[in-house]
Design a protein around this ligand. Structure first.
Ligand SMILES: [Zn+2]
Length: 321
Protein backbone atom coordinates (compact mmCIF):
# COMPACT_ATOMS: atom_id res chain seq x y z
CA UNK A 1 0.00 0.00 0.00
CA UNK A 2 1.23 3.43 -0.84
CA UNK A 3 -0.69 6.53 0.04
CA UNK A 4 0.18 10.08 0.90
CA UNK A 5 0.15 9.18 4.58
CA UNK A 6 2.00 5.89 4.72
CA UNK A 7 4.58 3.85 2.88
CA UNK A 8 4.90 0.12 3.35
CA UNK A 9 8.50 -1.12 3.44
CA UNK A 10 10.05 -4.58 3.64
CA UNK A 11 10.29 -6.49 6.94
CA UNK A 12 6.73 -5.55 7.93
CA UNK A 13 7.67 -1.96 8.60
CA UNK A 14 5.54 1.01 7.56
CA UNK A 15 6.49 4.67 7.54
CA UNK A 16 3.48 6.75 8.61
CA UNK A 17 3.44 10.48 8.00
CA UNK A 18 2.33 12.09 11.29
CA UNK A 19 1.32 15.28 9.49
CA UNK A 20 3.45 17.48 11.74
CA UNK A 21 4.44 20.73 9.97
CA UNK A 22 4.47 19.47 6.37
CA UNK A 23 4.23 16.23 4.40
CA UNK A 24 7.37 14.10 4.58
CA UNK A 25 8.74 15.82 7.67
CA UNK A 26 7.85 13.73 10.73
CA UNK A 27 7.37 9.96 10.72
CA UNK A 28 6.02 7.27 12.96
CA UNK A 29 7.16 3.72 12.18
CA UNK A 30 4.91 0.73 12.56
CA UNK A 31 6.50 -2.69 13.08
CA UNK A 32 4.28 -5.74 12.77
CA UNK A 33 5.31 -9.20 13.89
CA UNK A 34 2.56 -11.79 13.49
CA UNK A 35 -0.31 -10.73 15.69
CA UNK A 36 1.56 -7.97 17.51
CA UNK A 37 2.56 -4.46 16.56
CA UNK A 38 4.73 -1.65 17.88
CA UNK A 39 5.01 2.00 16.97
CA UNK A 40 8.28 3.93 17.06
CA UNK A 41 7.76 7.67 17.59
CA UNK A 42 4.22 8.90 17.21
CA UNK A 43 4.21 12.59 16.34
CA UNK A 44 1.87 14.87 18.23
CA UNK A 45 -1.63 14.59 19.64
CA UNK A 46 -2.88 15.75 16.23
CA UNK A 47 -1.27 12.63 14.69
CA UNK A 48 -3.40 10.13 16.62
CA UNK A 49 -6.18 10.06 14.02
CA UNK A 50 -3.72 9.31 11.20
CA UNK A 51 -2.01 6.52 13.09
CA UNK A 52 -5.31 4.90 14.08
CA UNK A 53 -6.43 5.13 10.46
CA UNK A 54 -3.34 3.26 9.23
CA UNK A 55 -3.91 0.55 11.86
CA UNK A 56 -7.51 0.22 10.71
CA UNK A 57 -6.56 0.11 7.01
CA UNK A 58 -4.08 -2.67 7.76
CA UNK A 59 -6.57 -4.64 9.82
CA UNK A 60 -4.50 -4.34 12.99
CA UNK A 61 -6.70 -4.38 16.08
CA UNK A 62 -5.93 -1.64 18.58
CA UNK A 63 -5.33 -4.16 21.35
CA UNK A 64 -2.63 -5.82 19.23
CA UNK A 65 -0.39 -2.78 19.50
CA UNK A 66 1.82 -3.80 22.42
CA UNK A 67 4.39 -1.03 22.49
CA UNK A 68 4.56 2.67 21.83
CA UNK A 69 8.29 3.39 21.71
CA UNK A 70 9.45 7.00 21.81
CA UNK A 71 13.10 7.48 20.91
CA UNK A 72 13.18 10.64 23.03
CA UNK A 73 10.67 12.99 24.57
CA UNK A 74 10.82 15.93 22.15
CA UNK A 75 7.22 16.72 21.28
CA UNK A 76 7.41 15.89 17.56
CA UNK A 77 8.33 12.32 18.59
CA UNK A 78 6.51 11.77 21.86
CA UNK A 79 3.95 14.57 22.21
CA UNK A 80 1.12 12.34 21.01
CA UNK A 81 2.02 9.26 23.05
CA UNK A 82 -0.39 9.89 25.93
CA UNK A 83 -3.31 10.67 23.64
CA UNK A 84 -2.55 7.65 21.45
CA UNK A 85 -2.25 5.28 24.42
CA UNK A 86 -5.84 6.14 25.36
CA UNK A 87 -6.84 4.23 22.19
CA UNK A 88 -4.40 1.31 22.58
CA UNK A 89 -5.54 -0.61 25.67
CA UNK A 90 -2.72 -3.20 25.71
CA UNK A 91 0.17 -0.94 24.78
CA UNK A 92 2.99 0.06 27.08
CA UNK A 93 5.13 3.11 26.60
CA UNK A 94 8.85 2.40 26.19
CA UNK A 95 10.92 5.47 27.01
CA UNK A 96 14.44 6.38 28.11
CA UNK A 97 14.77 6.54 31.92
CA UNK A 98 15.59 10.26 31.69
CA UNK A 99 12.46 10.88 29.64
CA UNK A 100 10.03 8.73 31.64
CA UNK A 101 9.22 11.31 34.36
CA UNK A 102 8.27 13.84 31.68
CA UNK A 103 5.83 11.48 30.02
CA UNK A 104 4.15 10.77 33.36
CA UNK A 105 4.04 14.46 34.24
CA UNK A 106 4.42 16.52 31.05
CA UNK A 107 4.26 19.90 32.85
CA UNK A 108 7.89 20.72 32.12
CA UNK A 109 7.66 19.67 28.46
CA UNK A 110 4.61 21.87 28.05
CA UNK A 111 6.18 24.83 29.86
CA UNK A 112 9.39 24.52 27.83
CA UNK A 113 7.64 24.38 24.47
CA UNK A 114 5.12 27.08 25.39
CA UNK A 115 8.02 29.37 26.30
CA UNK A 116 9.49 28.84 22.83
CA UNK A 117 6.32 28.95 20.74
CA UNK A 118 3.72 30.84 22.78
CA UNK A 119 0.43 29.30 23.80
CA UNK A 120 -1.48 29.74 20.56
CA UNK A 121 1.23 28.24 18.35
CA UNK A 122 1.91 25.50 20.89
CA UNK A 123 -1.72 24.38 20.68
CA UNK A 124 -1.69 24.45 16.91
CA UNK A 125 1.54 22.44 16.73
CA UNK A 126 1.04 19.96 19.55
CA UNK A 127 -2.49 20.05 20.93
CA UNK A 128 -3.12 18.66 24.39
CA UNK A 129 -0.26 16.70 25.95
CA UNK A 130 -1.89 13.80 27.81
CA UNK A 131 0.03 12.33 30.77
CA UNK A 132 0.84 8.60 30.71
CA UNK A 133 -0.03 6.50 33.75
CA UNK A 134 3.15 5.35 35.51
CA UNK A 135 2.14 1.68 35.40
CA UNK A 136 2.07 1.75 31.59
CA UNK A 137 5.67 3.02 31.36
CA UNK A 138 8.68 0.80 30.70
CA UNK A 139 11.96 2.58 31.35
CA UNK A 140 14.30 1.42 28.62
CA UNK A 141 17.67 0.57 30.09
CA UNK A 142 20.63 0.50 27.72
CA UNK A 143 20.96 -2.93 26.05
CA UNK A 144 17.53 -4.05 27.19
CA UNK A 145 15.32 -5.69 24.59
CA UNK A 146 11.65 -5.44 23.82
CA UNK A 147 10.15 -8.74 22.67
CA UNK A 148 7.59 -8.16 19.93
CA UNK A 149 6.10 -11.62 19.41
CA UNK A 150 9.61 -13.10 19.22
CA UNK A 151 11.16 -10.22 17.29
CA UNK A 152 13.82 -8.64 19.45
CA UNK A 153 14.11 -4.86 19.48
CA UNK A 154 17.33 -3.84 21.23
CA UNK A 155 17.46 -0.46 22.93
CA UNK A 156 20.67 1.55 22.76
CA UNK A 157 21.29 4.60 24.90
CA UNK A 158 22.49 7.11 22.29
CA UNK A 159 23.00 10.67 23.55
CA UNK A 160 24.19 13.52 21.35
CA UNK A 161 20.89 14.97 20.16
CA UNK A 162 19.32 14.57 23.61
CA UNK A 163 20.37 12.81 26.79
CA UNK A 164 16.96 11.10 26.92
CA UNK A 165 17.44 9.38 23.56
CA UNK A 166 17.61 5.71 22.66
CA UNK A 167 17.84 4.04 19.25
CA UNK A 168 16.48 0.60 18.39
CA UNK A 169 18.41 -2.16 16.65
CA UNK A 170 16.05 -4.46 14.78
CA UNK A 171 18.04 -7.53 13.69
CA UNK A 172 15.12 -8.77 11.56
CA UNK A 173 15.47 -5.82 9.16
CA UNK A 174 19.14 -5.17 9.93
CA UNK A 175 17.87 -1.67 10.53
CA UNK A 176 18.02 0.92 13.27
CA UNK A 177 15.22 3.23 14.31
CA UNK A 178 17.40 6.23 14.92
CA UNK A 179 15.06 8.98 16.13
CA UNK A 180 17.17 12.12 15.71
CA UNK A 181 20.60 10.65 16.57
CA UNK A 182 21.41 9.78 12.95
CA UNK A 183 20.42 13.17 11.59
CA UNK A 184 17.77 14.43 9.21
CA UNK A 185 17.28 13.25 5.65
CA UNK A 186 14.36 14.46 3.56
CA UNK A 187 13.26 12.53 0.53
CA UNK A 188 12.96 15.79 -1.46
CA UNK A 189 16.78 15.86 -1.50
CA UNK A 190 17.31 12.35 -2.86
CA UNK A 191 19.35 12.52 -6.06
CA UNK A 192 21.26 10.06 -8.23
CA UNK A 193 23.90 10.28 -5.49
CA UNK A 194 21.42 8.89 -2.99
CA UNK A 195 20.05 10.47 0.15
CA UNK A 196 21.35 13.72 1.66
CA UNK A 197 21.77 13.90 5.43
CA UNK A 198 22.77 16.44 8.06
CA UNK A 199 22.90 16.47 11.85
CA UNK A 200 20.32 18.05 14.12
CA UNK A 201 21.68 20.25 16.90
CA UNK A 202 18.28 21.20 18.36
CA UNK A 203 18.23 22.80 21.86
CA UNK A 204 19.06 22.14 24.60
CA UNK A 205 21.22 19.03 24.90
CA UNK A 206 23.25 18.90 21.68
CA UNK A 207 26.59 17.29 22.51
CA UNK A 208 28.91 16.75 19.54
CA UNK A 209 31.28 14.36 21.29
CA UNK A 210 28.38 12.16 22.38
CA UNK A 211 26.81 12.39 18.91
CA UNK A 212 29.99 11.17 17.20
CA UNK A 213 30.21 8.30 19.67
CA UNK A 214 26.55 7.36 19.26
CA UNK A 215 26.84 7.30 15.46
CA UNK A 216 29.86 5.01 15.76
CA UNK A 217 27.97 2.80 18.16
CA UNK A 218 25.10 2.49 15.67
CA UNK A 219 27.56 1.64 12.88
CA UNK A 220 29.08 -1.13 15.00
CA UNK A 221 25.92 -3.14 14.29
CA UNK A 222 26.62 -2.94 10.54
CA UNK A 223 23.10 -1.73 9.84
CA UNK A 224 21.89 -1.95 6.26
CA UNK A 225 19.33 0.79 6.77
CA UNK A 226 18.20 3.50 9.13
CA UNK A 227 14.61 4.45 9.85
CA UNK A 228 14.68 8.17 10.55
CA UNK A 229 11.86 10.07 12.18
CA UNK A 230 12.76 12.92 9.79
CA UNK A 231 12.19 11.14 7.37
CA UNK A 232 11.82 7.47 6.57
CA UNK A 233 14.15 4.70 5.50
CA UNK A 234 17.65 5.39 4.14
CA UNK A 235 20.37 2.99 3.05
CA UNK A 236 24.00 3.65 2.08
CA UNK A 237 24.61 3.98 5.82
CA UNK A 238 28.44 4.24 5.92
CA UNK A 239 28.46 7.17 3.50
CA UNK A 240 25.74 8.93 5.47
CA UNK A 241 27.60 8.35 8.73
CA UNK A 242 30.74 9.90 7.27
CA UNK A 243 28.72 12.90 6.12
CA UNK A 244 27.21 13.29 9.59
CA UNK A 245 30.61 13.10 11.31
CA UNK A 246 31.98 15.71 8.94
CA UNK A 247 29.03 18.06 9.26
CA UNK A 248 28.93 17.87 13.07
CA UNK A 249 32.41 19.36 13.02
CA UNK A 250 31.43 21.96 10.43
CA UNK A 251 28.44 23.03 12.54
CA UNK A 252 30.50 23.15 15.73
CA UNK A 253 33.04 25.31 13.86
CA UNK A 254 30.26 27.72 12.92
CA UNK A 255 29.23 27.99 16.56
CA UNK A 256 32.81 28.79 17.54
CA UNK A 257 33.19 31.36 14.74
CA UNK A 258 29.94 33.07 15.70
CA UNK A 259 30.77 33.20 19.42
CA UNK A 260 31.89 36.84 19.36
CA UNK A 261 29.00 38.15 17.27
CA UNK A 262 27.02 39.20 20.35
CA UNK A 263 23.44 40.17 19.54
CA UNK A 264 23.90 39.20 15.92
CA UNK A 265 25.05 35.69 16.70
CA UNK A 266 21.75 33.99 15.96
CA UNK A 267 21.44 35.78 12.63
CA UNK A 268 25.05 34.90 11.77
CA UNK A 269 24.46 31.22 12.58
CA UNK A 270 21.26 31.08 10.52
CA UNK A 271 23.03 32.59 7.52
CA UNK A 272 26.06 30.33 7.86
CA UNK A 273 23.96 27.18 8.24
CA UNK A 274 21.83 28.13 5.27
CA UNK A 275 24.87 28.80 3.07
CA UNK A 276 26.57 25.56 4.04
CA UNK A 277 23.47 23.45 3.45
CA UNK A 278 22.80 25.14 0.10
CA UNK A 279 26.37 24.47 -0.93
CA UNK A 280 26.30 20.85 0.22
CA UNK A 281 23.03 20.28 -1.62
CA UNK A 282 24.48 21.73 -4.78
CA UNK A 283 27.43 19.34 -4.50
CA UNK A 284 24.86 16.60 -3.99
CA UNK A 285 23.39 17.50 -7.42
CA UNK A 286 20.14 18.72 -5.89
CA UNK A 287 18.16 20.57 -8.54
CA UNK A 288 15.60 22.35 -6.35
CA UNK A 289 15.59 26.14 -6.61
CA UNK A 290 17.30 27.85 -3.69
CA UNK A 291 14.08 29.36 -2.40
CA UNK A 292 12.41 25.96 -2.20
CA UNK A 293 15.39 24.46 -0.37
CA UNK A 294 15.36 27.32 2.12
CA UNK A 295 11.63 26.79 2.70
CA UNK A 296 12.11 23.08 3.34
CA UNK A 297 15.01 23.65 5.73
CA UNK A 298 13.85 26.84 7.47
CA UNK A 299 12.70 25.21 10.69
CA UNK A 300 15.74 22.94 11.00
CA UNK A 301 18.10 25.85 10.35
CA UNK A 302 16.36 27.91 13.02
CA UNK A 303 16.48 25.09 15.60
CA UNK A 304 20.06 24.14 14.73
CA UNK A 305 21.15 27.77 15.15
CA UNK A 306 19.48 27.96 18.57
CA UNK A 307 20.97 24.66 19.69
CA UNK A 308 24.48 25.55 18.53
CA UNK A 309 24.35 28.85 20.44
CA UNK A 310 23.24 27.04 23.61
CA UNK A 311 26.00 24.49 23.16
CA UNK A 312 28.60 27.25 22.66
CA UNK A 313 27.43 29.06 25.83
CA UNK A 314 27.77 25.85 27.82
CA UNK A 315 31.33 25.41 26.56
CA UNK A 316 32.19 28.86 27.78
CA UNK A 317 30.62 28.03 31.14
CA UNK A 318 32.67 24.85 31.33
CA UNK A 319 35.87 26.75 30.66
CA UNK A 320 35.40 29.06 33.62
CA UNK A 321 37.66 28.22 36.55
ZN1 LIG B 1 14.50 15.64 18.91
Amino acid sequence: MKSADSLELAHNITTIDTGYCRPGFDASHLIVEGSQAALVDVGTSHSVVRILKVLQDKGIARQDVRYVMVTHVHLDHAGGAGALLQHLPEAQLVVHPRGAPHMIDPARLIAGATAVYGEERFNRLYGEIVPVAGERVIEAADQSAVDLNGRSLLLLDTPGHARHHYCIWDAASRGIFSGDTFGLSYREFDTRRGPFIFPTTTPVQFDPIAMHASIDRLLSFNPERMYLTHYGCVEDVPRLAAQLHRMIEVFVGLARDAADRGQRRHEALVTALRDILLNELQLHACRWPEQRIIELLAMDIELNAQGLAIWADKQRGDDRP
